[in-house]
Design a protein around this ligand. Sequence first.
Ligand code: GUN
Length: 292
Amino acid sequence: MILLDGKKTSADIKEEIALEVGALKRNEKKAPHLAAIIVGNDGASLTYVNAKVKACERVGFESTLIQLPEETTEAELLNEIEILNVDNDIDGFIVQLPLPKHIDEQKVLLAVDPAKDVDGFHPENVGRMALNLPTFISATPFGILELLDRYEVETSGKNVVVIGRSHIVGSPMSILLSQKRKVGNATVTLTHSRTQNLEAITKEADIIVAAIGIPEFLKGNMVKDGVVVIDVGITRVADASKKSGFRLVGDVAFDEVAEKSSFITPVPGGVGPMTIAMLLKNTLIANKRRNS
Ligand code: GUN
C-alpha cells in the first residue's frame, strides 16, 4: 500500500509556485493577488480561509481577507463582489461557502467575474469544465487529478466509482475523470444516496472517490484488493483527548480499507492540503492570463 501524501505533494506544488512568483518579481511583473470574502463566524470556514491566506504569504502572493459580519445583507455582499470584480490589483477571489441562510448562494456565485473565479464555481466556468475547455477547475477535483498524476496512478480504461454528487466534488470529479485528458478516460459511475446495492458497485471499482460526508462510510468489505482510494471526507468528530476538542475523520474506514488498497489518501494529510495548493495554482493562472 502506498500513501498518496497530499501534504508532501502540496508542499512540492507550493515550492514550484513560489519559484514562478520569484521569476515574475525578478522581471518586475506583479505578484498574483488573491482575495477571500468570508461572511459570519463559522469556525471551520475561518480556519480554511486563514489557511488560504497564510499559504499566499508563503508563496509570495499578495492576499486580502474581507471578513463580513453574519448579518451582512445579500446586497452588501454583492457590492463587495463588484468592488473586487473591478479592482485591477486583484487577480482572483473566492467567497467562502457556506453562506448564511438569508443569502442566495447561486446569486452570489453568478456575480463573480468568471475571469477572477479561481474557485471555478461560476456556471460559465462549470460549463467550460464540462466541455473540457480552458477554465478554472475547482480546487478539490483539481487537487485529486494532480495527486493521481504525480503518483502515476493509471486512470485510462479503469472503473472509477464516485460516491457523492455534490457540485463542489462528486459531480465535477465524475465529469473530469470520464473526459479525454491526461488523468481521465475512465469509465465512471456516479453514486449517491438513492443508489441501490452500492456495495456491489464499489466492489467492482478500480478507483473510488469517497465524497459523501459520512465518517468511515466506506468499509473494507466494500472494496476489492488493489483498489485506489481517494478520501475527500473531513468531518469534525468530538474528541476530548485533542486540544481542539475534535479530530478530522474521513469518509473511509482507513485501517480496514488501506489493508486492501494499492494507493490511499490519509485524513488528514491527503486531499485537504491539495485544495489550497490548487487554489494558488488557479490564482497564478489568473494572474498570467490577465498579464498576457
Ligand atoms: N467551502 C468548502 N470548500 C470550499 C471551496 O473550495 N471554496 C469555497 N469558496 N468555499 C468552500
